[in-house]
Ligand binder design. Sequence first.
Ligand SMILES: O=P(O)(O)OP(=O)(O)OP(=O)(O)OC[C@H]1O[C@@H](n2cnc3c(O)ncnc32)[C@H](O)[C@@H]1O
Ligand SMILES: [Mg+2]
Length: 202
Amino acid sequence: MRKFTGDQLVMASHNKGKLREIAALLAPFGIKVSSAADHGLDEPEETESTFAGNARIKAHYAAKATGLPALSDDSGISVDALDGAPGVYTADWAETPNGRDFAMAMEKTWNLLEAKNAPFPRTAAFNCTLCLAWPDGHDELFVGKVDGQVVWPMRGEHGFGYDPIFVPNGFDITFGEMDPAKKHEMSHRADAFAKLVAGCFD
Ligand SMILES: O=P(O)(O)OP(=O)(O)OP(=O)(O)OC[C@H]1O[C@@H](n2cnc3c(O)ncnc32)[C@H](O)[C@@H]1O
Ligand SMILES: [Mg+2]
């Protein structure tokens, strides 16, 4: 596995919630972190049907455009009773003509579970694939996951995206209610990040 030896990294994401979380995870490593927006990059189209495929598109696009190593995150929530949906299409489910509406997407998810009369607990997992790509085209991939259940109504103001309806196993609060530092210890993103650190930063 290739080691990360530089002192600069581009975060190949346009999601402010992710950028905040990954900046917090990277903070102890003394790396100068910039975002795709800092470099004036637009969002590449996520045309693959897997987290890994889309993570690679985003990281390689940013690495080639900036000449710097780039770290992307492709993630989503997979609900068992919905055959893994929305999964890779989690962001797409929130798409409206006026931008993303996650309250609407969460309501759609819950309504589908209700329509199916899905049994409780309504188990789900958050998945995260991180891709670290270099300008020469090399990359490394890291996968993380956290199991839990989808609940209703939405609870909590922390986090982003689907956090208000996801309760991780072993807890009775949603990610939206959880202190961000605690989420950083146990999320799908933290799980993948620990593997990135073990593989590339040590
Ligand atoms: O592609 P980038 O620019 O990184 O940002 P994005 O928001 O489009 O990100 P994805 O394509 O990976 O879509 C994943 C969606 O899954 C949701 N998601 C991922 N991780 C999450 C988390 O920790 N908490 C809540 N929702 C999450 C969130 O709504 C994201 O928009
Ligand atoms: Mg995206």
